[in-house]
Each structure stands twice: as structure tokens, then as C-alpha cells.
Design a binder for this molecule. Structure first.
Ligand SMILES: [Zn+2]
Length: 118
């Protein structure tokens, strides 16, 4: 095996291992540490440092509240690299029918509106 093949195999191994660990990190750390913005009835939380290393997946409470949304970082300050890529793909016509939560959806999931009826 040549050195190029060794590098290719090594790079794929690192990339795959990194991908799995980051995915598992989101589903463990974001159910323990962070802030809960939306009333999802579970332990999901938004975690900024997980979001930074996972390109936006760390806005996990947002994801649980609006699982259909292509955008996880719903606030302007919530960095979401995956969303920025989606905007680019939509701008060149490679992504269509991109779904986002409406203001009505957000109101239904807000703590303020759910507490009003208790
Ligand atoms: Zn989760």
C-alpha cells in the first residue's frame, strides 16, 4: 500500500470517527448541559459550544421543538454552519421547499404560551 493510500484510509478513519463522536456528543451533552428555550417536554437543551464544533447541531432544544426545521440556530447569534450551507444550496437551486418554523409554531412551543393555560 502506498503512502497516499495510507493517508486516504487514515483520513477517512479520522473523519468517520470524528463524525460518530460528534453525533453522540450532541445526543448526550445537549440533554445534560445548556439552556431550554422551548417547551418540548423533554431534557433537550441548546448548547453553544456543542453547536460550534457540530456546525449548528448543538442547538438541540430548537431541533426538538421544530424537528422539521432546516435551521437549528434560530436566533441571529446562534451560529449554524449547516443552515448557511442550506441557504447557499437554496440560492443556487439545489435545495427547494426548505422548511422553517412559523411564528405561530414558535408561539405554541414557547414557555409563555404554555404557562398561560395552566
Ligand atoms: Zn435529543
Amino acid at each position: 500500500m502506498s503512502i497516499t493510500n495510507n493517508l486516504t484510509v487514515g483520513t477517512k478513519g479520522v473523519r468517520t470517527t470524528w463524525g460518530y463522536h460528534v453525533k453522540f456528543l450532541v445526543n448526550s451533552a445537549c440533554h445534560i448541559w445548556g439552556n431550554q428555550v422551548w417547551n418540548t417536554g423533554d431534557l433537550s437543551k441548546n448548547n453553544w459550544w456543542v453547536a460550534l464544533i457540530t456546525f449548528g447541531e448543538g442547538w438541540h432544544n430548537n431541533h426538538h421543538a421544530f424537528e422539521y426545521s432546516a435551521r437549528h440556530g434560530l436566533e441571529w447569534w446562534q451560529i449554524d454552519i449547516c443552515w448557511y450551507m442550506m441557504v447557499f444550496l437554496e440560492s443556487i437551486g439545489l435545495a427547494t421547499n426548505v422548511k422553517l418554523p412559523t411564528e405561530g409554531n414558535k408561539l405554541k412551543r414557547s414557555f409563555a404560551s404554555t404557562n398561560k393555560f395552566k
